[in-house]
Design a protein around this ligand. Structure first.
Ligand code: PMP
Length: 414
């Protein structure tokens, strides 16, 4: 590990959480350079919904390279891009009756968030944005303004975008409807809140601790946005791409956001990020928001294959089935250790265990790592053990990983 300590910035995080050198990966497994096999319940923070080195995705990329397919094409029209757009339309947008235009925004999720915030402000001619407590949208100077956790902030970073954080669903417990709270703030000119261009949210907060917004809350929020002429932006970077059981996380609420940010698993493991916007919002002048790595053609090839999982309902069914296993097993673990686990929550195949005892969730993740299972933490105090296995994980591997958690907690409590 010496070269990492010598050369890589102190900002490195996962190097510390998983202090080993990984070498190969396949499906839901990773191997380190000593040949130890780990089960991956983290999936690159939701980037590997189709598993590591998914054979159909890898094969398509190999063929593309062997045939001298274009890899880097700026925003030129290419065959790889055409096939991706057509497949995205046929398999995702058309069956859901969604009319969106697609803007390729750069390689990483934050680029899509930045684009959405910029476009919303430009279209609405308003500078404020409303975001929510525990929301996570990225750490660059624009996206940082809408990320909740102040751990990521330094007052001397300088100018951040104008943004206010409002309480997410459940923030004050089940009895307070925080959409009413927001409505009151927006209606009352003594609140100090400027009418925003947009509201941005995750329908299930990933980094913020697997907080699931209720269907009613999402519908009421969409209604409030209509009432006040505010754009609704759903950040589906982490819990989109089938994670919650539907391709888009907002489908369960029957709402149609004005914009959607999509990244992580859309690229099947390759870097790809995009903004979906209602066609009338596409008010960019040609070249007004551009950049070098917007739309990598190898990523389009991978993404097109990844989208083949959406030609039928098999993956949706699999997520429902395996999601139920996760729910049952995690609830059984919580019942076994009621003094330790205060809540089990999630949807589809994204779940979290809330561990109020300070630092103990970290102990669990460490113990799991010692037992060859990779899991991560979430929540403002890292108090949630978070589960994001590949959607394609074998049932046996899923159960094996869940058994490691159970054993890790039992061993730590002995
Ligand atoms: N939005 C959400 C909901 C995310 O989970 C993340 C990444 N964890 C981002 C934005 C930022 O994406 P990226 O790290 O790819 O820039």
């Amino acid at each position: 590990m010496r070269i990492f300590e010598q050369l890589e910035s102190e900002v490195r995080g996962y190097v510390r959480s998983f202090p080993t050198i990984f070498k190969t990966a396949k499906g839901s497994f990773l191997w380190n350079e000593d040949g130890t096999k780990f089960i991956d319940f983290f999936s690159g923070a939701g980037t590997l919904n189709y598993g590591h080195n998914n054979p159909i995705i890898s094969q398509a990329m190999i063929e593309h390279l062997q045939n001298d397919g274009i890899v880097h094409g700026l925003d030129k029209a290419t065959v790889a891009k055409k096939e991706f757009l057509q497949t995205f339309y046929d398999n995702i947008l058309a069956p859901r009756n969604l009319e969106y235009k697609v803007q390729f925004t750069g390689p990483t999720g934050t680029n899509a968030v930045e684009t959405a915030l910029k476009l919303a402000r430009m279209v609405k001619r308003r500078s404020n944005i409303i975001a929510f407590t525990n929301g996570y949208h990225g750490l660059t100077l624009g996206s940082l303004a809408v990320t909740g956790n102040t751990f990521y902030r330094d007052e001397f970073y300088g100018m951040r975008l104008n943004a206010d954080h409002m309480p997410f669903d459940g923030y004050f417990g089940p009895d307070v409807n925080t959409v009413d709270y927001l409505r009151k703030f927006l209606s009352d000119n003594s609140s100090g809140i400027d009418l925003p261009a947009a509201v941005i949210l995750e329908t299930v907060q990933g980094e913020g601790g697997i907080n699931v917004a209720s269907v009613e809350w999402l519908q009421q929020l969409a209604e409030l946005c209509r009432e006040f002429d505010i754009l609704l932006i759903v950040d589906d970077i982490q819990v989109g791409n089938g994670r919650t059981g539907n391709f888009f996380s907002f489908e369960r609420a029957g709402i149609k956001p004005d914009m959607v940010t999509v990244s992580k698993s859309i690229g099947g493991g390759m870097p790809l990020a995009m903004l979906l916007m209602r066609p009338e919002l596409d008010q960019w002048k040609p070249g007004e928001h551009t950049g070098t790595f917007r739309g990598n053609n190898l990523a389009f090839v991978a993404a097109t294959q990844a989208l083949s999982y959406w030609e039928n309902d098999d993956l949706t069914e699999a997520v429902r089935y395996k999601g139920q296993i996760m729910e049952q097993e995690l609830k059984a673990i919580a019942e076994k250790y009621p003094q330790l686990i205060s809540d089990v929550r999630g949807l589809g195949m994204v779940w979290g265990l809330e561990i109020p005892r300070s630092g103990f969730a970290g102990e669990i993740a460490k113990e799991c790592f010692e037992n060859d299972l990779i899991i991560e933490l979430a929540g403002s105090e890292d108090q949630v053990v978070k589960f994001l296995p590949a959607l394609t994980i074998e049932e046996e591997t899923l159960r094996e990983g869940l058994a490691v958690i159970d054993k890790a907690i039992g061993d730590l409590l002995q």
